[in-house]
Design a protein around this ligand. Structure first.
Ligand code: FAD
Length: 302
């Protein structure tokens, strides 16, 4: 068996595996797709100490770094079940079962897509999902934020300080964000809020140039000219396979404590799949290190 088995090969999993292997303990890592979300990212400008790196390059460097240590790296393997017996058993989609004394879950998350024409085509070309990451790219320009929940309204407030103008589009008749955020939003002079509207299409040439929407119930299409569309309609953690096995929040995030421990002894979690408040690369790497040190501490006490 492994001492530590990491499930997930994004920034959190890579960090957890490196910290474990550096303790000289037997470490394995399985990943459905090693590299994780950075593989879908064009440029990263907020990984401190690295002023700029392309996402694909970061994915490569994570792999290179993990491979500097004797980690059993099993790429293109999907975990489908976790069971605590004497050891912790992780079953894979290919039928194999791996056993380990401790497990670190770092299966990440994915942004919910709008699923409208233009969204896929203009991903990273004006369609964005993370204001902390891509906000500065739209300095002085006009953007839209789709989604009037907390994350959408936080994004709109954040972006209003960076860009020329923000239009918020919410499908429901009213914003769902906390009142205090709505009040702050209403105090800003360069934000327009549209409720009860459906975004129909994102348009552009090389880059986004605008979007079309309809007031729900009407057939009239209205065009907005803008340079960026931030889609903030929810982040979905990759935890479906853990449903009923491990404590999750109502947003399906793994509940963790200060050292990354879950409710199952020996099972730790890190990164975007957990209830950590901020979902970022640097945060995920930090929580991967934390969970790994937590797991090591667990091993020497058990
Ligand atoms: P992920 O990166 O999601 O990795 C999860 C890993 O788990 C993957 O290897 C996946 O294949 C694997 N996995 C999932 N399910 C299973 C399973 N059942 N079995 C086995 N393996 C599984 N953050 C920044 O800090 N700066 C940015 O500029 C930035 N830009 C972004 C741009 C885009 C388009 C996106 C989508 C995200 C961006 N982020 C950015 C967010 C950042 O990428 C994430 O916060 C970070 O990647 C989370 O790391 P993670 O390791 O927790 O999860």
């Amino acid at each position: 068996p492994y001492d530590v088995l990491v499930v997930g090969g994004g920034p959190a999993g890579a960090s957890a595996a490196i910290y474990a292997a550096r303790k000289g303990i037997r470490t394995g890592l399985i990943a459905e797709r090693f590299g994780g979300q950075p593989l879908e990212t064009l440029g990263i400008e907020n990984l401190i100490g690295t002023p700029y790196i392309e996402g694909v390059q970061l994915g490569r460097q994570l792999e290179e770094h993990v491979k500097k240590y004797p980690v059993d790296l099993m790429n293109l393997q999907k975990a489908v079940k976790l069971e605590k017996k004497d050891l912790i058993e992780v079953s894979l989609a290919n039928g194999a079962t791996l056993k380990s004394k401790a497990v670190i879950l770092s299966t990440g998350a994915r942004w919910r897509d709008l699923g409208i024409p233009g969204e896929q085509r203009f991903k990273n070309k004006g369609v964005a999902y993370c204001p902390h990451c891509d906000g500065p790219l739209f300095s002085g320009k006009d953007v839209a934020v789709i989604g009037g929940g907390n994350s959408g309204i936080e994004a709109a407030i954040d972006l209003a300080g960076l860009v020329n103008h923000v239009t918020v589009l919410e499908f429901l008749p009213e914003l769902k964000a906390d009142k205090i955020l709505q009040k702050k939003l209403a105090s800003l002079t360069n934000v327009t809020v549209l409720t009860n509207v459906e975004t129909k299409e994102i348009l552009g040439d090389e880059q986004v140039t605008g979007l079309n929407y309809q007031v729900r119930g009407s057939k009239e299409t209205i065009h907005l000219e803008l340079a960026g569309v931030f889609v903030l309609i929810g982040l979905v953690p990759n935890t479906q396979w853990l449903e009923g096995t491990i404590d999750l929040t109502d947003r399906h995030e793994i509940v963790t404590d200060k050292v990354g421990a879950t409710n199952i002894p020996g099972v730790f979690a890190a990164g975007d799949c957990t209830d950590t408040v901020y979902k970022q690369i640097i945060v995920s790497m930090g929580s991967g290190a934390t969970a790994s040190l937590g797991a090591f501490d667990y091993l020497i006490r058990n």
